[in-house]
Design a protein. Structure first.
Length: 482
């Protein structure tokens, strides 16, 4: 069963069940209310007749048909006949279910005639004799109409008045029931049509997006994804369009990276071939040693390039924990200090005496600081590293006295393969940005704003300054801002 069929079945079935349930409840409540109202009126008619002249003790005194000509009996008979304005028939009978008087002619139903139909209403009669009144359930008469009997005991005697009246409320109820059934059928039909329209309106865009996904999966990325509409399906189409653009961008980056890898490796390989050939041709041991040293240096450079590409390509996972960031910063400084001294570069270090508690992966902290220090060493001869606490974050700044970042590269300096150097793949700052993101931090090219530097010393020259922002501790109170 496809999505369209499930939607139609669910909506149509729910509408049918709901309509039938509400219709049945409406019919049951209406039928109950109308029947209660009719029972109340029947009992009121029977009780009124008993109150305005029917005398149970008097009627019980008539035991022979000859008595029916007496004046007293005639008056009681006349009252029963007048009740036919409100009911179809009326009788007065004894406890043994024999008639005393009726609204019909006494000759047609003489005194003492058993009312056999009363045997069908034993529970109602028992209740009437004990409680004084009762009403029977509706039944169908010979003419096909619905009727009800109402019983009323006369003056706490053994005489009982029973009246017969049509249950007219059942006829409109039957029509009401037919109307409900017709309404349920129409509602089901409309719900099915609506379900088909809604399902088509939802499924068709999904089918189109499914074809788009297959097209993207097959590598056909040139055709953009059409925005369907403004609802969730529209958001899905926009998300797929962003995914398509991201795949195109990723593919372009991959192609660029492969081209960059080939370019970066080709130059050292050419040097390796040249130095290796020269080392094979020379007989001078010192010259061979020098050439082999150059070969080793080129191999080390190749290793650095390959490591940079692998670092950028592999997924990153941070094992962040709360620790003193001065420790990995100090490790990174120790790794470059000797090389700086040998190359005549100076490193100015400013770390506070109090712990800098931040949440990050220690290895990642050491790595990003090391990358920034190496970049600074390539740009200038004087490097400055400072770290401090500011507004719940640990700020690490690395500055150099070089020429600074060109204006046209400032907006793209963290993109991969963007560099102003003749050597290098341009991945150092891109790797730094990725490492900071997976640790919940960020890296910025300082522009004179942001967290104020508490240390008084500055480097001469334009230079470039990069700042790392690590999340501070939520568990410990931060030290006061300097």
């Amino acid at each position: 069963m496809n999505l369209r069929q499930q939607y139609i079945l669910s909506l149509g079935g729910f509408t049918i069940i709901l309509t039938l349930a509400l219709g049945w409840m409406s019919w049951a409540l209406t039928a109950g209310a109308l029947e209660d109202q009719m029972d109340e009126k029947l009992l009121w008619v029977a009780g009124s007749a008993a109150e305005v002249g029917l005398e149970g003790r008097t009627l019980l005194g008539f035991t022979q048909p000859a008595d029916s000509v007496e004046v007293l009996f005639s008056s009681q008979q006349a009252r029963l006949e007048r009740m036919q304005r409100y009911v179809d028939e009326a009788w007065v009978f004894r406890r043994d279910n024999t008639v005393i008087a009726s609204s019909t002619s006494p000759t047609a139903l003489p005194i003492g005639t058993p009312l056999r139909w009363l045997d069908a209403y034993g529970p109602e009669l028992d209740r009437a004799w004990s409680e004084g009144e009762a009403v029977t359930p509706p039944f169908t008469g010979e003419d096909g109409r619905f009727y009800k009997y109402a019983f009323h005991r006369l003056e706490d005697t053994d005489a009982m008045l029973v009246v017969l009246a049509p249950a007219d409320f059942l006829s409109p109820l039957a029509r009401f029931q037919q109307t409900l059934a017709l309404g349920a059928l129409v509602s089901a039909l409309l719900a099915t049509i609506l379900a088909i329209l809604l399902a088509t309106n939802i499924v068709r865009p999904l089918e189109r997006l499914s074809k788009v996904a297959l097209r993207i999966q097959r590598g056909r990325w040139d055709q953009p994804v059409e925005v369907e509409r403004g609802d969730e399906v529209g958001r899905l189409s926009r998300a797929m369009e962003r995914m398509r653009k991201a795949l195109i961008q990723r593919d372009e980056q991959l192609r660029l990276m492969l081209a960059q890898v080939a370019h970066e490796i080709r130059n050292p390989l050419g040097g390796l071939e040249l130095f290796a050939s020269a080392a094979m041709d020379t007989e001078d041991r010192d010259e061979r040693r020098r050439l082999l040293s150059r070969v080793r240096s080129e191999i080390q450079g190749l290793n650095v390039i390959i490591n940079d590409f692998l670092s950028f390509a592999r997924p990153l996972h941070a094992e962040s924990r709360l620790h003193d960031l001065r420790e990995p910063i100090g490790d990174a400084v120790e790794m470059v200090r000797l090389g700086f001294q040998q190359n005549g570069e100076s490193l100015e270090l400013h770390l506070p005496e109090d712990p800098l508690m931040g949440r990050a992966d220690p290895d990642h902290v050491k790595r990003v600081v090391l990358n920034l220090l190496q970049n600074a060493a390539h740009a200038g001869s004087a490097i400055r590293l400072a770290a401090w606490w500011y507004r719940g974050e640990v700020v690490v700044a690395v500055a150099d006295d070089g020429p600074g970042v060109p204006t046209d590269l400032k907006e793209r300096i963290f993109e991969p393969f963007v560099t102003d150097k003749e050597q290098g793949a341009g991945l150092g700052l891109a790797i730094v940005q990725r490492l900071m993101e997976v640790n919940g931090g960020r890296v910025e090219l300082a522009n004179g704003s942001g967290a104020p530097d508490p240390w008084p010393s500055r480097l001469d020259g334009a230079g470039a300054e990069f700042r790392l922002y690590f999340s501070g501790s939520d568990d410990l109170p931060p030290p006061p801002d300097p």
